[in-house]
Design a protein around this ligand. Sequence first.
Ligand SMILES: [Zn+2]
Length: 81
Amino acid sequence: MPYYEYELCDGDCKACGGKFTLRRPVTAPDLTKCPACKKPVRKLITGFSSPQKLKPLSVSDAKKAGFSVYKRLGKGEFERQ
Ligand SMILES: [Zn+2]
């Protein structure tokens, strides 16, 4: 599944830092609201994005926000945390 980058349209969010990446199926509809704060978000069209520029999300914060967090175990293998 690809990662999508989202940014809050307005305001600030403590859970997502105002900008976050989310792994979503290609078939899933675009996210319109932050899962944590329910504020409107827009998908960023960044092409080759640099995730290391983003504020890191802690696993516990991400889970609180309803994100699915995966730990990469190896090539093509992920463990759901
Ligand atoms: Zn948020």
